[in-house]
Design a protein around this ligand. Sequence first.
Ligand code: ADP
Ligand code: MG
Length: 683
Amino acid sequence: MTRNKLDQPVTSVKGIGEETSVILAEMGIQSVRDLIHYFPFRYEDYEIRDLADVKHDEKVTVEGKVHSEPSLAFYGRKKSRLTFRLLVGNYLITVVGFNRQYLKSKLSIQQSVTVTGKWDKNRQTISLQEIFFGPIEQQNEVEPVYSVRGKITVKSMRRYIKNALNDFGEWIEEDFPTTLRQKYKLLSKKEALKIIHNPKDRNQLKQARRRFVYEEFLLFQLKMQALRKFNREQSRGIVLLPDKERLNTFIESLPFPLTGAQKRVVQEILHDMESPYRMNRLLQGDVGSGKTVVSAIAMYASFLSGYQAALMVPTEILAEQHADSLSELFENTSVNVALLTSSVKGKRRKELLTRLENGEIDIVVGTHALIQDDVQFHRLGLVITDEQHRFGVEQRRVLRDKGESPDVLFMTATPIPRTLAITAFGEMDVSIIDEMPAGRKQIETYWAKPSMIERVLQFIQKEVQKGRQAYVICPLIEESEKLDVQNAIDVHSMLTHYFKGSFKIGLMHGRLTSDEKDEVMRAFSVNEIQVLVSTTVVEVGVNVPNATVMVIYDAERFGLSQLHQLRGRVGRGQEQSYCILLADPKSETGQERMKIMTETNDGFVLSEKDLELRGPGDFFGKKQSGVPEFKIADMVHDYRALEVARQDAYELVHSSVFWESEEYEKLRDVIISSGIINGDKLD
Ligand code: ADP
Ligand code: MG
């Protein structure tokens, strides 16, 4: 078999010698093929725009005629400022360049130049970043910018790739199915690659991007959908068939009617449980939307089918709370609920494990302690985990494989934008509770400047005097846990001093041991502590219905979804609750974010906004989020393509033509080489 010329080493490209090839190799570029698939991470925009449309501080390129002799001023030791007037259409603006004295002799009145830089609308000034002598035609409207290293510059990278495309471009083969290319009128790979590296204009670039975005999303979704399909087919799950009448009696005995959304997700879950496949479902619902009740119904259904159920939560205190509320819900049934955490030790633990193993316990609530080796179930039918968005795809798989073959339901209170849900959790089914129980009081949210702290403290005092409690969340310092803790300690002493012992101020932070944390939370939950000063460790779903005030310092440093989570700690009881954001954001987006917090209580609206403002990488606040990195596609802006690709991937993996015809061989290879269906990961 003759190897494709593209597989030759990069040194066969004009201009690339041994030395350069070493650096390229570090960047993951070894063959000519690698080089031409090295996509720009952004484009420099030289599109000429009308200054009237350009916002303050935005970058712009304009074309004009030099209108005044450039003047040069020196200041400091070696610094200089060059200023000249530029006539742009009817505008007379100023151009300022720093440390560019060499330009003075090159510029003359009436000369045509193209200037790129930041537009200061108030001063009608562009601060110069780039200048071309002459009109723009000599220049592409957009130029690719590559991430580079070592001696390789963006300019040399552009040259290498250009040479590679010139000499090897003919060898680029199409490997994407014709059917799909025709369906969406996608450019050929050859055309698209040439444009990606050397677009004439935005429009052309858009077409080329469209091809790669779709391709990238489709490949990703094919893996997800294939994984989903094979999980289903290869994991014969348990068929759980609850007595419908008894189940309904239980639902009707609840102290409230289910919301429409709760009814819908209960049906979705029951449907999975009854099917012979193993359930692998994500249940999303805002804080307070009633997920616990839904999980209780699912666990009751498992009990009625003769199986045990386990509910796993991240902290001990949450486990206790859940165990309590479940015991209450099951009060009039014969269900036995038990609590298993690391505090359950010795003889009690042994006894509990025995009862679990011989099936006397129907529902067990606990922490990670639940999935340890010595915990044996009699007949485990259903595993539910709460707040599980902290794990990635791989961890989810491991967790699920711990059990025999139980149905698995994951719950999260972080509303995840749909685009993220179908990428980060693409291999799962998703149920959403998008409706709040009726009559819920909205939390009133205010945005206050830090200078108004005195009034905020008076407000806390007033509420506490009414018998309520308050949280005060301290500034978040991402780089340093130590400073985080110090902040909390400082705020704690400030408040202690301010309230002069009239009530008790508690302190919670990540340096406490888990026993200490539990003790603080316990004291707060029984109102032994009235004001709880805390770092964000309080974020995870603890329920203290008597707390009505949430004050958040430096609120602009948090993501909207995180602020919403924190806010969800209040508003859990009958009383009106309040959230006060202490923030003084300087940027426009920062101010916009504070404003939107005061305007909506809808977690999904906020999460979409958050994703838009901060991007997917930051969304979960942690690296290990299971959100894939795309080379060219952007989950937020290309979400329509993502939806289309997902649907197509679903249809493809469920069609026989995909698995049989030659046309799809390359796509099949992608799935197979990812190890999804070779059996390794599944049996
Ligand atoms: P989540 O776990 O989603 O944060 P919970 O299940 O803890 O929410 O429910 C929050 C509160 O709302 C609980 O006090 C619960 O009893 C109540 N609740 C749940 N569903 C309903 C409903 N359909 N109508 C009225 N109240 C409800
Ligand atoms: Mg909950």
